[in-house]
Design a binder for this molecule. Structure first.
Ligand code: ZN
Length: 298
């Protein structure tokens, strides 16, 4: 079944909630990048949280980039997501795997590192950008996104994200939810939700058991309290193309392209996000060189 995201309100609008199944999205990311299980979990959690964060954007062309830079062996995690549900992401070192942690879960904090920061750049069109950055609080990522919402956007939130991996390293289940408390919400309701969150199964387990995004929210908030507002597809989607990489080569400038032609007689580019390769022959490069000359003169 294809992945989708739901947006909901609960308790007469005092709670805003999001839930998403990203199993197919993270399957595709894992397949393309060959990530080992702990790296897959880190990437999957980051992509899942970013997908939900992007669905909160208003304005059609808006998108965001999440960058997580910890001091763990995975290096940097980069995720691009837009409000159409298109998400792509990568980690600098996909070949990271550790034994399960003491809770029997993939040890994401060890892969990401506990020191570092999480930053979000929202591209709101018209060259309008919003940047928020917070220090990492645990490296488990769910808690780090929670802290980001609370600290950078001043929205009390609970973020749960999880990924389960098969013995052959493919993805078994992935997804998450975000619960946000709007101003004026009653303390009793917040306590009610906190209690339910404490007794909840891990989100990846619920998805593995076949729970839909709607059901995830029912489990957290109580079915009678939830009003689903919107359902929309989400997917792994990369924006790279042969033309975009050609533009990047042109922007290197005349001298750089001339030396590529003389030294290698070709150029190869690989997209970090989707692992697609693009090859440019000497003739291709000569065309790009002409364009670079024209740009200089124009
Ligand atoms: Zn790509």
């Amino acid at each position: 079944m294809s992945d989708y995201l739901v947006k909901a309100l609960a308790f007469n609008g005092d709670i805003r909630a999001f839930a998403v199944d990203t199993t197919e999205m993270i399957k595709e990311a894992q397949r393309r990048q060959g990530t080992l299980p702990t790296a897959s979990a880190a990437l999957g959690r980051a992509m899942t949280a970013s997908t939900m964060m992007a669905s909160m954007l208003k304005g059609e062309k808006n998108k965001l980039t999440v960058k997580i830079e910890g001091d763990g062996p995975i290096g940097v995690i980069i995720v691009d997501a837009n409000m159409n549900g298109d998400t792509r992401g990568y980690v600098s070192n996909p070949l990271v795997h550790f034994d399960l942690n003491k809770h029997g879960k993939l040890d994401v904090a060890r892969a990401v590192g506990r020191n570092g920061h999480l930053s979000v750049v929202k591209d709101l069109g018209m060259r309008d950008k919003f940047t928020g950055q917070v220090p990492l609080v645990s490296g488990e990522l769910g808690e780090d996104f929670t802290y980001y919402f609370v600290s950078s956007e001043q929205i009390p939130s609970a973020v749960a994200v999880g990924v389960l991996v098969n013995p052959d390293n493919t993805i078994l289940a992935s997804g998450g939810f975000v619960i946000q408390v709007m101003p004026g919400a009653q303390d009793e309701m917040i306590t009610f939700i906190e209690k339910r969150l404490e007794n909840l199964d891990p989100v990846s387990k619920m998805i593995e058991a076949g729970h839909s995004p709607e059901q995830l929210l029912h489990n957290v908030l109580g079915e009678e309290n939830v009003k689903i507002l919107e359902t929309s597809p989400v997917q792994f989607k990369c924006t790279c193309s042969r033309e975009r990489f050609a533009d990047a080569i042109i922007s290197l400038g005349v001298e750089e392209i001339e030396s590529m032609i003389q030294e290698d007689g070709k150029a190869d580019a690989k997209c970090h996000f989707c692992n697609e390769s693009y090859h440019y022959t000497k003739e291709d490069l000569e065309k790009l060189l002409t364009e670079a000359h024209e740009e200089n003169n124009g």
